[in-house]
Design a protein around this ligand. Sequence first.
Ligand SMILES: Cc1ncc(COP(=O)(O)O)c(C=O)c1O
Length: 404
Amino acid sequence: MEKQAVFGDNLEILRDHVGDETVIYLDNNATTALLPEVHGAIQEALLIGPSNPSSAHQAGDAARHVLSIAREAVAELIGASTEHIFFTSSGTEANNWVLHALTRKRPSKVVITPIEHESIRQKAGFLKAEGVTVHEIPVDDNGLVLLDAADKLVTPDTSLVSIQWVNNETGTIQPISDIAAICRSRGVLFHTDAAQAVGKLQIAVTDIPIDYMTFSGHKFHAPKGIGVTYRRPGTPLSPMLGGGTQESGLRPGTENLLGIAGIGKAAALRRCRMPNICTRLAHLRDRFENAILARCQGVVVNSGNAGRVCNTSNLRFPGVDGQAFMARLNNRGIYCSQSSACTSQIPEPSHVLLAMGLTAEQAFESIRFSFSEQNVPEEVDEAVQVITGTYSELKGLMVARSPA
Ligand SMILES: Cc1ncc(COP(=O)(O)O)c(C=O)c1O
């Protein structure tokens, strides 16, 4: 059968290029590819046909079954019970929901950090415009929250503290237990955005005094457009949207059954493979970083002195513009990114790196490489070759252009 260009010729060409084996995808903190098993689970859910989990007939039963299997797998991945898991349309919605729900009263006070994802930063900005007090706990030069500052800023009148578990740009792991303990000691509710932590860290959410945790399926090989809010039993949470009784009436809207089937399968797979994947990813990342550092003089690992998740490497290449560097790497089949994917259309220095004390110029020199279980050592070696070659080429150009 002749191939149909459903989304037009341009996308067809791009898609062929991405599927090309010469491309090395090192942008897995932006999004990951569906695993074949996840694809299979979605196809299976599609076979049910028209089925709304709220319907009383057998097709509805089948949809409810998919939902319940998936909820169980997601709950198990983070060590929670199924009744505390609520599906949303994304990590962004899940974050907005928690901040929205916990700041309905006036006065309200929210404490965040300057390195949160845009879905927290921007929502906090909206809340501020509505009269909510927003405080930011500063971070050190590795991007770690300053616990002394947290100790002072988190006061009993704080409505919510919202701090990410792992940073999407640098991979820095925050001392979540310590922060949660500070909150608990003052009777303050604590939320963590764990979009970059789930599937990369072994999480038992009930072992730590975390009241709300949010995450997103497409960071661990589920489709885009499916997020999760976990709520500790007994903590307040009101709906952000008006509508039906889905998700115990807390998150109305007919469920994204295919996305939920996908996140369920991805969660089940990740739970089984977890320690192995993390060890393998750490080897890949270290192999990559060590080879780059050995061959490119002056390269700096951003957050290099902090505990980081196994898959993330944020490198600063002094003397070259990251945008130009990335464009060349893109043309040579190495996909990576600068700043977060959501804001990368805007040429602004990363707010994360600025908050860590880097200058705008240093932030622009920095590039994020992020690995997934689908990467192999041969790709890492190939990427290192291309990156080191491109770096010396660009440095050569800079020298040639600089005035004598
Ligand atoms: C730390 C963090 N929080 C939230 C999100 C938002 O998730 P989603 O893309 O599902 O809206 C992302 C995605 O980049 C993220 O990295």
